[in-house]
Design a binder for this molecule. Structure first.
Ligand code: GLA
Length: 731
């Protein structure tokens, strides 16, 4: 378990501060092209965050400001507030020392700035003079994307062990008249629901204690609109934040008596008082921030651009369209069923076939969800010719081949559960509760890490060319406990997630090009921590097109479209969803990474013709979905319509999606969508996709960008579940 404690001594070559309690008063300015984060070093060595927002060309002018000693000393706007000194609010850092004391007062020791490619890193050193606890605040600034990524390294510089009771990744003080918080909550099949509230003076906390499916309840991300009580897509200052961590997290918002807001973000300290021996360093996850003066849309685009370039594995690459076997076949298939599905997938112009759950287990065959998890050998009665045979068939048909695993889990009815009962998460003498008939394997145990890596590794060997792995994780952790950790249970939640990342790192070292989909009963692991290793996520188990409007809309606030697995299923879908037209379902699914999740042989010939057409057209414009800039042109919360568009970085091409999502009687008239992000002076030819007769009078005509953005774009979407997709090409 010590493997995670990076034994970096804080031997940074920092610009030394003259002496403790006599720091030079100075500003540290961390800048991107359009933003500044300004930190003031007070003469007593305490740090105060003065500004995060639009760029300040002369931040040193803050030095002219007169200060009252009692306003600083860590009591106002502290950059990384620790329990102790004058600070009595929610702490970023709370340390309990071996002698039972709780006080830490961090003083500036120096800072340094380094450059690597496009990233400028500012590292600020802090130290508690009494206890020898040291902290490094690390800020990576990405100038072009206007993103600042913060993390913290905490060193126990003393000899005796300490306990970290709070160890935030970052603290950020903001100053505004009003703060409108938008955050994302959900549950299975209703992942990523969006909610906004004006913050009051009480403490607002977004937290997960779910362990594994950390993001299905709340997502570790938010938007904060400043100086307003109304959410705006296009106007005003917005700060967006996202924590790159797939385990328990906590993001809190606390307004102080001067109405300044402190945003604390990091691993949730719930049941996780982390022990740190003398000389050990704890490195927190990264907190990603951006600021935009152009509303939520601007903040999302910054995060998307940064995510595609620096964070999402394989970001910017185009991932294949696919047919997934789940909703079309569930557990009931044999080789013949799958070959037929593959033939249909190839015939429809899709590019990959993914074999979902149900292919493994012999002593405990996986014919439903109550047996087999853990026994990852091919089920010989369903698939006597093995996976290789299927994968070869796929490749012969020009399809890639993917397969599903759920390696962190075990059914009690499995050989694994009998052979390694001590690998199961459990608390001594207590019932091990089941959810979906399964238990969780203890990834805080290195032997389990090896086993989980082995599952991935062996699955990759089932056929010479496995192109894609869907990594599922279908339950949360309850009644936690690790037989491996013995008396050190406080390490469990942190080291479970670190164990997961260790496995992922090993996988990526050995299999750099396999596409990995991160699924967790749908959107249980949608976060920038997972995305460092995974190319995409299964956005939700709910494939109902109307539900997907809201799920995908909210997901797009923080995460780029290239990660959104988005499938067309039969109607009503398996959650008893709405009966929406096939075209509407396609027009929703094509706004992400398109897939199908149905039994193709059940399609009528007219439906099949539409499928072929929609798949073919998507392949022509999907580079815009994967690499373009997103503009949300109508919110599904504002009325009866929803709309979005992706614009190529050179603004010469775009795809526009428009939908009617509530009944709108003919007499009321159509909706005018104002397009965004185009070049006003370019002329675009507008062509509606997948229809013989367009719903817009301007179809196949050419219009200047300013006309489309400021004038009218009014497709006739009368009636429920009408939709239209247009491709724009500059002439
Ligand atoms: C989860 C996933 C589904 C499917 C099933 C298989 O629910 O989210 O997509 O893979 O498991 O059991």
């Amino acid at each position: 378990m010590k493997r995670f404690l990076i034994l970096l001594s804080l031997a940074l070559v920092l610009v030394p501060a003259p002496a403790m309690n006599k720091a030079r008063r100075q500003v540290i300015s961390i800048e991107t092209e359009k933003t500044s984060l300004v930190i003031l070093v007070h003469p007593d060595g305490s740090l105060e965050t003065l500004h995060y927002g639009g760029i300040l060309a002369t931040p040193e002018q803050f030095l002219q400001r007169k200060v009252n000693t009692e306003d600083y000393n860590g009591s106002r706007g502290a950059t990384y507030p620790a329990t102790g000194g004058r600070f009595i609010g929610e702490p970023a850092l709370h340390v309990k020392y071996a002698d039972g004391t709780h006080n830490t007062e961090l003083c500036y020791t120096g800072h340094e700035v380094t450059r690597r490619d496009d990233c400028v890193t500012t590292t600020i050193g802090l130290k508690d003079p009494v206890t020898a606890l040291e902290v490094k605040l690390v800020y990576d600034a990405y100038p072009k994307e206007d993103v600042i990524v913060a993390h913290t390294e905490i060193l126990n510089g003393g000899e005796k062990p300490v306990e970290l009771l709070n160890y935030a990744s970052s603290s950020l003080y903001i100053d505004a008249d009003d703060y409108l918080l938008t955050h994302f909550y959900g549950a299975w099949a209703t992942d990523m629901q969006m909610e906004s509230e004006v913050l009051g003076h009480d403490l607002k906390v977004i937290e997960s204690r779910r362990g594994t499916q950390a993001t299905q309840g709340n997502n570790p991300s938010f938007l904060l609109s400043l100086d307003t009580k109304e959410f705006s897509e296009t106007r005003g200052e917005v700060i967006a934040g996202a924590l790159a961590w797939s385990g328990n997290f906590r993001i809190s918002f606390e307004k102080d008596d001067a109405h300044r807001l402190n945003i604390l973000s990091g691993i949730s300290p719930f049941a996780s008082a982390y022990p740190l021996k003398g000389g050990e360093t704890f490195v927190t996850p990264e907190m990603i921030y951006t600021w935009s003066g152009e509303g939520a849309g601007g903040a999302s685009r910054n995060l998307h651009r940064w995510g595609r370039k620096y964070s999402v594995y394989g970001g910017g690459q185009i991932n294949p369209t696919l047919l997934n076997s789940w909703e079309g076949a569930y557990f009931s298939f044999n080789t013949k069923t799958l070959l037929r599905m593959m033939d249909d997938a190839a015939g429809m112009g899709l590019e990959m076939f993914v074999l979902d759950d149900g292919w493994f287990g012999n002593d405990y065959p996986r014919n439903n969800d109550n047996a087999g998890l853990g026994d990852w050998e091919v089920n010989t009665s369903k698939l006597p010719q093995g996976i290789d045979y299927l994968a070869r068939h796929a490749h012969d048909k020009g399809l890639k081949f993917g397969i599903w695993i759920e390696p962190e889990m075990v059914n009690p009815r499995s050989n694994l559960a009998h052979e390694h009962p001590d690998w199961v998460v459990q608390s001594p003498g207590r019932e091990i509760y089941q959810a979906r008939n399964q238990w969780v394997l203890d990834l805080s145990n290195p032997a389990v890490e090896d086993f989980v890596f082995g599952i991935f590794d062996r699955t990759m060997q089932l056929a010479p060319n496995i192109d894609y792995i869907k990594w599922d994780c279908n339950r949360v952790i309850q009644s936690f406990g690790s037989p491996y950790l013995g008396a050190e249970q406080d390490r469990f939640y942190v080291e479970y997630t670190q164990g997961l990342y260790n496995v992922m790192r090993r996988i990526r070292a050995k299999y750099p090009s396999v596409i990995i989909q991160c699924c967790s009963s749908g959107g249980g692991r949608v976060d920038y921590g997972s995305l460092r290793y995974c190319n995409e996520v299964w956005t939700s188990d709910n494939t109902d097109a109307l539900s997907r409007v809201f799920i995908q809309y909210a997901t797009s606030m923080i995460y780029p479209a290239c990660i959104m697995g988005s499938h067309v299923s039969a109607v009503p879908n398996h959650q008893n969803g709405n009966v929406t037209p096939l075209k509407f379902r396609f027009d929703i699914a094509t706004a992400g990474r398109l897939g199908l999740e149905l039994q193709p042989k059940n399609l009528s010939s007219a439906e099949r013709a539409l499928v072929d057409r929609c798949v073919a057209s998507y392949k022509k414009y999907r580079d815009l979905v994967f690499t373009g800039d997103l503009y949300r042109i109508a919110s599904p919360f504002d009325g009866s319509y929803y709309g979005l568009m992706y614009v190529s970085p050179d603004k010469k091409r775009a795809v526009v999606y428009t939908y009617s999502i509530r009944f709108e009687p003919r007499t009321i008239g159509g909706k005018v969508f104002r397009l965004q992000g185009l070049d006003p002076s370019l002329t675009y030819k507008v062509v509606e996709q997948n229809v013989d007769r367009s719903c817009w009078w301007g179809n196949r005509k050419s219009f200047r960008g300013d006309f489309l953005m400021n004038g009218g774009f009014d497709p006739t979407l009368y009636g429920l579940y009408q939709s239209a997709v247009f491709v724009l090409e500059a002439e």
